[in-house]
Design a protein. Structure first.
Length: 149
């Protein structure tokens, strides 16, 4: 193994120990599946089938993450989050996500032009990523080119 690879693996191992050593919520700290379904229903007016199909032991955590990132105020406005979601979903691809996040984005005032631009930005990033990675452009040289003052 190369020195760089050994260093990267060592860093990864150290980082994973930090993650697993961090305190986490226990099952008793989380709402029950039934409480979670009630919260989902209060939010959407129903419980979507895909959420009903999710394993009951994980639905509270999955819903907390979804609700926290999608619906609660953060550094990004909800419309911007929906546009990002559309762009990412177009690249995965996930037609369910594209459809639903387009609906949410439009409900929050996004225009067709904003949605088109978000998708085009995702395509642009994917294009240059393919070129940079496929041509194996040296990362340090790449950074140095753009750090010139």
């Amino acid at each position: 193994m190369t020195t760089k690879l050994v260093g990267a693996l060592t860093a990864l191992a150290a980082a994973s120990m930090l993650v697993f050593a961090a305190p986490s919520a226990t099952a008793q700290d989380m709402p029950t599946a039934e409480e979670t379904y009630k919260d989902i229903e209060m939010t959407f007016g129903f419980v979507p089938t895909f959420m009903k199909l999710y394993p009951e032991q994980g639905i509270a955590g999955a819903w907390a993450m979804t609700k926290g990132l999608e619906m609660e105020k953060g550094a990004l406005e909800p419309k911007m989050k929906a546009l990002i979601n559309i762009a990412v979903a177009a690249q995965i691809p996930c037609r369910y996500c594209v459809w639903l996040d387009t609906k949410f984005a439009k409900d929050m005032g996004a225009t067709d032009a904003e949605i088109a631009e978000a998708v085009a930005q995702a395509g642009l990033t994917r294009n240059w990523s393919a070129v940079l990675n496929g041509m194996q452009v040296d990362f340090e040289a790449f950074k140095a080119e753009f750090e010139r003052e």
